[in-house]
Design a protein around this ligand. Structure first.
Ligand code: PNS
Length: 168
């Protein structure tokens, strides 16, 4: 489609939370196509491999025809250009997110002024969620039920209890 609007929803998604899923679904209702863009981050030490993260996202978005999942490295704006995406979606939870998101949005605009950042707000019940907190709670034996999709909870528990074992 010539006028279709493609949006990237970038992040580490290590792992995806219900907050991320909420934003993915909201974005899929706004844009013609949403590409969940998983950063291949060499600096951070992720708990899940990119393949695991992609698989988990694919599983929970299977019913959304216009959501795809891909990995990227390098500059986000270069990936957006390669995918003909004009929009970058970022979820904003509280004011504390704003500084970082504001910096990123303006840096991305400086790098490529044709790409717009759109901030979206998740459902209130997910507004305090982060992948980092979920991992910490799970590692310390807390209950993460309801904070992440069921498939993610299963994999989190398996990874933390049997770090060297594959869940499949
Ligand atoms: O889930 P995160 O860690 O908040 O996602 C951050 C992400 C992936 C959006 C950001 O780190 C990113 O876009 N990285 C790609 C490198 C880049 O383009 N940097 C310059 C933009 S500020």
């Amino acid at each position: 489609m010539a006028n279709s609007v493609i949006a990237l929803y970038p992040g580490s998604f290590d792992p995806l939370t219900r907050g991320h899923l909420d934003i993915m679904k909201r974005a899929s209702r706004l844009f013609d196509r949403v590409i969940v863009s998983v950063l291949l981050n060499v600096e951070k030490r992720p708990l899940f491999t990119p393949e695991e993260r992609i698989e988990m996202i694919n599983e929970v978005t299977a019913s959304c025809q216009n959501i795809d999942v891909e990995t990227f490295d390098g500059l986000l704006v270069d990936f957006a250009t390669a995918k003909s995406a004009k929009v970058v979606v970022r979820g904003i939870r509280a004011v504390t997110d704003y500084d970082y998101e504001f910096q990123m949005a303006l840096m991305n605009r400086r790098l490529n002024s044709t790409i717009e950042t759109v901030f979206m707000v998740p459902a209130l019940e997910y507004s305090y969620l982060s992948s980092t907190l979920v991992k910490e709670v799970c590692l310390l034996g807390g209950d993460v039920n309801g904070l992440v999709p069921g498939n993610v909870e299963t994999r989190l528990l398996a990874k933390i209890r049997n770090p060297n074992q594959d869940v499949n």
